[in-house]
Design a protein around this ligand. Sequence first.
Ligand code: C5P
Length: 306
Amino acid sequence: MADGTTPDRRLATRAFGKLNLCLILGPLREDGYHELVSAVLPLDLADTVTIEAWTGDSDQVVCPGVEGDNLASKAIASWRSLSGWDGAPVRVTIKKRIPVAAGMGGGSADAAAALRLVAAFAGREDDALLTEIAPTLGADVPPLLHGGPTLVRGTGTEVLQLPTPQTAGYLILPSNAGLSTPVVFRQAGEMGLRRSQADLDLISESLQAAAKDEGWGFPPELLGVNDLGPAAAVLEPSVSEALSEAREAGADQAFVTGSGPTVIGYFHGNEGPMRAAAAAEALGGRVPGAIACTASPRSATIEEVQ
Ligand code: C5P
């Protein structure tokens, strides 16, 4: 074909962004990573990722709007190397909707989707291999590999599936600034925000005790607790403004997600999604635009597309 692709099949899936319902920071380890406990909730705010055969010399990742190295390229290279698959080059195209460098796991979600897609494209859907590769790509990749909410422990590599928590609406307030994840972690350490491993263990136990059934109630004393939040606010002044904006828009709670700078307005209960949608509409003139969303369906399917 004129653009270099072959007329073979194309596969597509959705890569769901996430928010952290809580993110508790623990001790710094010798390898430079922190112990943490976090409840990660994938959202119905998703990038679209497609894979197709490609007549170029090597695999290619196209991601309009995102400069530089793409984690999806590393995902495909790792999968090729560990699976031993030597099929012809593939081209992966990512259509972004998840805000970039925002603490919403967009790059990680894309990498997780690229892994699942290349395995499906090669006809080698070996889940154990995907689970082995995911943590080598980044701390947010394992919780975004299979879909659905998870409790994350260790450095992000220990992932426990959770039932879906009670219905809520989420107002996403992105920022024009991007924040570097290592810089935010370091700042939190300098601010003395790290907790002991014993505290992390207690919090992890109380989350597991609460998350027994579908529709479980998130412990109110933990909802929106993000130990990286104050560090993100020091580094990026728009964070404090966005927290006020979310509260003024009627959110029951406002907090930073991940390492920020994106701020989440939490709207509790069955009317939450409607209230969050109304708040996003009321913030219509905001730049960058407010987005209302809910928890994502449990997992994204891979589909054949034209
Ligand atoms: O794993 P990922 O590449 O997403 O992590 C980016 C950076 O965030 C790490 O280099 C590290 O500085 C910090 N980080 C951390 N502890 C974690 C996860 C990430 O200190 N558990």
